[in-house]
Design a protein around this ligand. Sequence first.
Ligand SMILES: Nc1ncnc2c1ncn2[C@@H]1O[C@H](COP(=O)(O)OP(=O)(O)O)[C@@H](O)[C@H]1O
Ligand SMILES: [Mg+2]
Length: 252
Amino acid sequence: MDLKNREIDEKLSRLRIRDKDSDSRKIWGDVLDERTILTLYRLLKRGFIEVIGGAISTGKEATVFYGLGEEDKEIAIKIYRIETGDFREMEPYLAGDPRFDSIKRSRSGIIYTWTQKEYKNLKRASNAGVRVPEPITSMNNVLLMEFIGEEEVPAPHIKDVDMDLEETFEKIILNLRKLYTCAKIVHADLSEYNILYHHEPILIDMGQSVVISHPNATSFLWRDIKNLSKFFKRRGLKDLNEKDIFNRITEG
Ligand SMILES: Nc1ncnc2c1ncn2[C@@H]1O[C@H](COP(=O)(O)OP(=O)(O)O)[C@@H](O)[C@H]1O
Ligand SMILES: [Mg+2]
């Protein structure tokens, strides 16, 4: 074993993580820097995390892990990678949102702000009755939220399920309408990859979501609608009119 692997193993041991096959060691190697270890440590010590499990997904900016939280409830642990994450696309979504105007411009500063932004967006959405993973807490670059799925199996994306197209589409529109008119935010990265299906459609991944007063909010909403209608058309849903959809979402 080379030094790098030994270092990663030591870090994993400190976090009481036992899953050390070569795939997961590679994933953890990309995620764990000293600050992230400290943050996970604190979340373990405070009881927000009981167990850190395997990776569910590795994206451009974040890795999502399965875990157990308070009272052994299943949770999703989303860790934005400080050293190996791509954060260049975050700026345009932060600038222009009055909630995050005075952000620190360091790499970790941007990522911490981004994580907090996703937490706040999920909270706002959930308070408005939008079906999203209930956020639990966020600390630095780590976000804890309700796990969508059961018995360690994450829910599939809508692109991978057989569903009642019309009913699912209607539920998504209703969620987007609540998101716009009550939570007053636009998802801004909506696609069949950011909607899970667990008994019903559930919107996820809201780091980039912006308040409706953001200068680009309307064009982000149009892009969301286009992605959504393209997907549902492809699956066979007829008579989709994007202008109608826009009106239904925005008219309170
Ligand atoms: N709360 C959750 N419960 C279960 N699976 C989740 C949850 N959040 C994310 N995932 C899974 O992890 C993937 C990546 O999460 P996402 O928030 O979309 O981050 P990314 O920015 O990498 O796209 C999702 O597509 C989904 O499969
Ligand atoms: Mg995503």
